[in-house]
Design a protein around this ligand. Structure first.
Ligand SMILES: Nc1ncnc2c1ncn2[C@@H]1O[C@H](COP(=O)(O)OP(=O)(O)OP(=O)(O)O)[C@@H](O)[C@H]1O
Ligand SMILES: [Mg+2]
Length: 155
């Protein structure tokens, strides 16, 4: 398990870039990244930096009130090599916040089965523990912890 301390949004941005550089997409389904950790621990801030690194247009707000946001990335120009090789075409960033979902059944109603079986989707889920029973067992897990006002631990 890798662990980093982020002392600023800039550090979180750097970690997001490193994360993307080391990410190898699933071959035959979506790639799912579960984000775990308390309120204010930096989950949304991290996805904002992922979106920025992928060249997603428009600002990534916390999706808590809309639950799901999608950002189609048409042939993004500057993907790290592993991602470029893994996607070979269009990539859709999907940002889900499960905070207001009661269970995995709620996520199913949002069209989870189609989303998760589509290879072009790179899915980040905040509060992944709330829908844990529906996520692929081998999904990537990132834990966020509040250390102090400006410091977050990501493992
Ligand atoms: N090093 C850091 N990395 C990321 N965010 C930081 C850092 N230092 C301070 N922050 C601040 O912490 C807050 C993190 O909020 P964020 O919305 O990302 O948390 P969250 O985990 O998504 O919470 P929620 O569970 O409510 O969705 C932001 O206001 C951000 O500016
Ligand atoms: Mg959030």
């Amino acid at each position: 398990m890798k662990e980093i301390l982020s002392h600023s949004i800039a550090d979180t941005a750097k970690f997001a870039q490193e994360f993307l550089a080391g990410l190898f997409p699933c071959a035959d389904s979506s790639t799912v990244v579960g984000l775990y950790g308390d309120l204010g621990s930096g989950k949304t801030a991290f996805v904002q930096q992922i979106a920025k690194a992928l060249g997603a247009r428009g600002s990534v707000q916390s999706p808590t009130f809309v639950i799901m946001k999608k950002y189609a990335l048409k042939n993004p120009p500057s993907l790290p090599p592993l991602l470029k090789g893994g996607y070979r075409g269009d990539l859709q960033l999907v940002h889900i916040d499960a905070y207001r979902l009661d269970s995995a059944t709620d996520l199913k109603k949002l069209g989870w089965d189609a989303l998760s079986s589509d290879h072009s989707n790179l899915i980040f889920i905040e509060w992944a523990d709330r829908v844990a029973d529906i996520l692929p067992l081998d999904h990537i897990k990132l834990r966020f912890e509040f250390v102090d006002d400006t410091t977050r631990k990501i493992s």
